[in-house]
Design a protein around this ligand. Structure first.
Ligand code: NAP
Length: 270
């Protein structure tokens, strides 16, 4: 985020610096309060505080309230507003990077954390027909399914096995919202699905962006499916936050270029 946001600010000649602030949990209330100072436009919030900050803000955008997570804070004259641009970023990336309309489709989501919540709430809003949720900790998958079960049909699936494979083969959209396959993680090199369970007419989306071709995307390529990686969501959620802070249209191409250049120049360390 510092790389893409600073590139956008500099491109528009705005005299603003974007800094990454590591914050300990006990310092979070003080850190959030500090953003009320006139010199701050706002902040992003990332793992593990996207839910914790909800009670520390003055106003919540209705989308952030229904998702139950905030990734963007806007300082309006000392009043702190909480927003969730992960949902917007995810839906925009589907449209802009894959020309994919998620209405009346069958979706399969791996994960039940913050990223999965953003994808699921976005898909429900967009009119998806049925969502399958597969998560390592099945209780988290069940709890998330209960939050949306009144709005659409939702099934909770095991993380492996025939039930998962059958559902996956008929899914139009498959999304990895876990750290499976992420470089330097405990699940580096792991794909949640193999090519045999992926239809060639599906769109396969991986929120993980290191490496650029994740194990899941490799399997999707073998199956002949279309793919989207994690950079578009990163850029579009950042662009939506940028627009909230500055009131200016985000230079999306500049942000894409900055993200891609940074990730290729730092391929060994990120
Ligand atoms: P989170 O809230 O911590 O959730 C992590 C999820 O990954 C949980 O479902 C967890 O399952 C699962 N998981 C973790 N390690 C696993 C393993 N070894 N095997 C199987 N499942 C595992 O994190 P998050 O915010 O949802 O982020 C999830 C991923 O999405 C991260 O890789 C993150 O970088 C990526 N992401 C990308 C973007 C983007 O803009 N492209 C935005 C947000 C997130 P349990 O419930 O069983 O622990």
């Amino acid at each position: 985020s510092p790389v893409i946001q600073q590139a956008a600010l500099d491109h528009l000649g705005l005299p603003v610096r974007y800094h990454a602030w590591p914050v300990l949990e006990e310092d979070l209330p003080g850190g959030i309060d500090r953003i009320r100072q006139p010199k701050y436009l706002g902040a992003n919030v990332t793992i593990p505080y996207k839910e914790t900050v909800l009670t520390m803000l003055d106003l919540l955008d209705p989308l952030a309230e229904s998702v139950g997570a905030v990734n963007t804070i806007v300082n309006r004259d000392g009043i702190l507003e909480g927003h969730n641009t992960d949902v917007t970023g995810f839906l925009t990336s589907l449209m802009e990077s894959a020309d994919f309309e998620p209405k009346s489709i069958r979706a399969l989501i791996f994960g039940a954390g913050g990223a999965a919540r953003a994808a699921i709430f976005g898909l429900v809003d967009a009119g998806v027909e049925i969502i399958g949720i597969a998560n390592r900790t099945i209780e988290r998958g069940l709890a998330l399914s209960q939050e949306v079960s009144g709005k659409i049909e939702v099934v909770v699936l095991p993380i492996a096995g025939a039930g998962l494979s059958d559902y996956a083969s008929s899914a139009n959209l498959i999304i990895n919202c876990t750290s499976m396959g992420m470089k330097h993680s405990s699940a580096e090199g792991v794909s949640p699905l193999s090519a045999a369970s992926i239809s060639n007419s599906a769109l396969v989306y991986d929120m993980v962006y290191t490496p650029s071709e994740t194990p899941l995307l490799k399997e999707a390529h073998k199956a002949g499916a279309k793919v989207v990686g994690g950079i578009p969501m990163l850029v579009y959620q950042g662009a939506a936050a940028f627009e909230l802070w500055t009131g200016r249209k985000a230079p999306v191409e500049v942000m894409f270029h900055a993200a891609e250049r940074f990730l290729s120049e730092n391929a060994d360390s990120v």
